[in-house]
Design a protein around this ligand. Structure first.
Ligand code: GLC
Length: 528
């Protein structure tokens, strides 16, 4: 029996609820829609689902601006529907992770409304307020990730408040013990309700410099990148909060927190695991997600992360999410590459996180300017088209609006849905969907993939990425061809009698003893 917790063994699937399935016919996906698709997720072999925020929100940042942490956004359903989802998911052994944005709330959250009302309000210090510098200038040089200064003036308090993101997302003051108590109460509430854990939004931003010192400057392309962010995020004391969060979750069996550390500096990102594996259970490594399509680049990124984490910490990997362009398009809209990428993601040591639709090769959506909804796109178009393109409705069928909604979808359905959709792929045994399904099934039955060590091999071919996954009962060799040409490969001697146990059915891998030819974008898993 494999005693590993579910969040190490299972595959996690990220759902952007607005785009999954609309059952109320308002053009927006909802919880009932997710309930209806649980069987689908089960068929795919998914172990846990991460739901992007489903709490009441005025939706300036599509739920990452929460106005009530204890309820469900009516657009998505009710508390009863959520409880039904939890129950039905549990019956199918699918875990549920909620996405909590606790660095900031909505400006319409009653806490902020009270806090802004007066400097003498009991919640006056629940957010980060500061007096202006001379000439009513903001308190320091901090910038918002979404553009402009990170400070907005409040006429009521005659002070500035801090928002690392939109002005409609004021940053909570995590240095205030009462605020910390309240946020931990929120975690307790949902754990008691039965959720299996959380994806915690921008944990690297929780604590800011106590003295609110200005960041030092550096060269960069965008104003935000022209600062060294040493005072407005990643304060060393921040790790203490991660440890407390971990301690809280570890009171419950098998609950977990997955931190979004949107940090290119991998050393900093790794520090969120805590000095003694006592920080958050899992933390994203966005460096992996930004690699070019090169075997060596991926190997370097993975090895670096493995070295930083050591054997006691557990990695987590993803290639796409709701903030970045889908990897199917980033890597050239190429099915072969999509299969290689999936194999990489699903065979590494660590928890794989899939993004809805990647299993059918959904491309990045092209959103006409008039349909842009993301605040980032609205502000920066055409320099940055925004994030809507990775949030388009999932393509279930070739019917109108891809079977997502009978009404007008909140974001346009991708043009290719008649060709690229789940219904069509279910019928085609060689489709990407069947490939993902087979691969996830293989992983779910493999001890080496679920818990084995990882070791890269140099097969003397720069187009090939090769690594071993090994545990006491099983030893596997994974070989991926990153090029669009056939590649000769010589297996290491211990694998000379190895058996090919997984590949894409249409790839005819020619093998003679320990020599083989991998087709363009070919891949193989071999058992020793
Ligand atoms: C995270 C979310 C992103 C959101 C931001 C602010 O990066 O993934 O969607 O806009 O935090 O909450």
């Amino acid at each position: 029996m494999n005693q590993q917790p579910w969040w190490q063994k299972g595959v996690i699937y990220q759902i952007y609820p607005r785009s999954f399935l609309d059952t109320t016919h308002n053009g927006i996906g909802d919880l009932k829609g997710i309930i209806r698709k649980l069987d689908y997720l089960k068929t795919l072999g998914i172990g846990g689902v991460w739901l992007c925020p489903i709490f009441p929100s005025p939706m300036y940042d599509f739920g990452y601006d929460t106005s009530d942490y204890y309820d469900i956004e009516p657009l998505f359903g009710s508390m009863e529907t959520f409880e039904e989802l939890l129950l039905k998911a549990r019956e199918k052994k699918i875990r549920i992770l909620l996405d909590l944005a606790l660095n900031h709330s909505s400006h319409l959250h009653p806490w902020f409304v009270e806090s802004s009302s007066s400097r003498n309000d009991p919640k006056a210090d629940w957010y980060i307020w500061a007096d202006p510098r001379p000439l009513k200038r903001p308190p320091n040089n901090w910038k918002s990730v979404f553009g402009g200064p990170a400070w907005t003036w409040s006429e009521q308090r005659k002070q500035f408040y801090l928002h690392s993101f939109l002005p409609e997302q004021p940053d909570l003051n995590w240095r205030n013990p009462e605020v910390k108590k309240q946020t931990f109460k929120i975690l307790h509430f949902w754990l008691e309700k039965g959720v299996d854990g959380f994806r915690l939004d921008v944990v690297d931003f929780y604590l800011k410099d106590e003295k609110l010192r200005s960041n030092p400057l550096r060269l960069g392309r965008r104003p935000y990148e022209m600062q060294k962010h040493i005072y407005d995020k990643n304060r060393p004391e921040n790790i203490e909060i991660m440890k407390e969060t971990r301690a809280l979750l570890d009171h419950y069996p098998e609950k977990m927190a997955l931190g979004e550390v949107a940090e290119r500096n991998t050393k900093i990102a790794a520090s969120y695991y805590g000095p003694e594996n006592n920080g958050l259970h899992l933390n994203f490594n966005f460096n992996f997600l930004e690699q070019p399509w090169k075997a060596a680049a991926f190997q370097k990124a993975i090895e670096e992360w493995e070295n930083l984490l050591g054997p006691e910490n557990w990695p987590v990997y993803t290639l796409s999410n709701h903030d970045v362009p889908r990897h199917f398009s980033r890597y050239g809209n190429c099915l072969g590459r999509a299969r290689v990428a999936a194999t990489l993601l699903l065979t590494l040591r660590g928890t794989p996180v899939l993004y809805y639709g990647e299993e059918i090769g959904m491309p990045q959506g092209k959103i006409p300017r008039s349909r842009i909804l993301d605040p980032v796109g609205k502000r920066y178009w055409p320099f940055h088209p925004g994030r809507d393109g990775s949030r388009t409705p999932i393509q279930w069928t070739g019917d109108r609006n891809s079977g997502f909604t009978p009404s007008n979808p909140w974001l346009p359905v991708n043009h290719d849905y008649k060709r690229v959709n789940l219904a069509a792929q279910k019928k085609d045994p060689n489709s990407l969907f069947h490939f993902y399904r087979g691969l996830i099934n293989f992983r779910n039955n493999s001890m080496a993939l679920q818990r084995g060590e990882i070791q890269f091999l140099d097969l003397k071919n720069p187009q090939i990425l090769a690594f071993k996954r090994q545990d006491p009962v099983e030893s596997l060799l994974i070989i991926l061809n990153f090029s669009s040409r056939k590649q000769p490969v010589v297996l290491p001697s211990e694998f000379s009698g190895a058996k090919l146990v997984f590949s894409w059915k249409k790839d005819n891998i020619e093998m003679q003893k320990n020599q083989l030819k991998l087709p363009p974008s070919g891949l193989g898993i071999f058992r020793e």
